[in-house]
Design a binder for this molecule. Structure first.
Ligand SMILES: [Zn+2]
Length: 213
């Protein structure tokens, strides 16, 4: 885990998770189950405690984004879990996952969602942008103070900026519509669940991608 922008820390586990640190401490996504303890360890490195965690956002319910949630929530019982209302049911139910490929089959014990998000809502200074298609309730989050879009799996940057592989999108057409929706926003920096951050002129890159879809 490392600081990629002032107050923005990224852990590249199987999928990326992010800590935002200013007056509050916010976690965006929780990685696979084994990422939970790693995120908690990292808090020590930046002289924070689990009890400093205010809100844990889950961009969507895939196991590589929600897998670490139970362990983190157990260590930080005061932290509020926030997700789109469509994803909340899945997050709170016990579920066994297979895939995506490379990720071990895992059981997600189910964690209640405290804050039900909707498009346009501002929560902890982050604007919720509803970006369905990868899953039915996927969200992206816009941090205006850092000109940073946290896109979850709305885009992928593992080998160039592009949509997620359609094998993992519930609705590939809607996934592309969501990328076009993101292209209407202006932001310098972009981070996502899979692939490297784009630091500088990021919304131009998303516009280029969207115009080719
Ligand atoms: Zn995903």
């Amino acid at each position: 885990m490392a600081e990629i922008l002032k107050g923005v820390h990224m852990a590249d586990t199987y999928s990326n998770t992010f800590l935002l640190l200013d007056q509050r401490l916010i976690l965006i996504d929780t990685g696979t189950a084994d990422a939970g303890p790693r995120v908690l360890d990292y808090l020590k490195n930046i002289r924070m405690k689990p009890s400093d965690l205010g809100t844990i956002f889950v961009t969507h319910t895939h196991p590589d984004h929600v897998g670490g949630l139970a362990a983190i929530k157990a260590a930080a019982p005061g932290a509020k879990v926030a997700a789109h209302r469509i994803e909340a049911d899945f997050i709170s139910k016990k579920k066994t996952y297979t895939g995506p490929p490379g990720a071990a089959r895992q059981t997600h014990p189910g964690t209640p969602v405290d804050i039900l998000l909707e498009d346009g809502r501002v929560q902890d200074g982050l604007r919720v942008i509803f970006t369905p298609g990868h899953t039915t309730g996927s969200i992206s989050l816009l941090d205006g103070t850092r000109s940073l879009l946290l896109a979850g799996d709305a885009v992928n940057n593992e080998s160039g900026l592009r949509p997620m592989d359609d094998r993992y999108n519930v609705d590939p057409k809607q996934h592309r519509e969501s990328i076009k929706k993101l292209a209407a926003f202006t932001f310098e920096n972009l981070v996502m669940g899979h692939g490297s951050p784009i630091l500088g002129s990021a919304s131009k890159r998303v516009q280029e991608l969207a115009s080719g879809l």
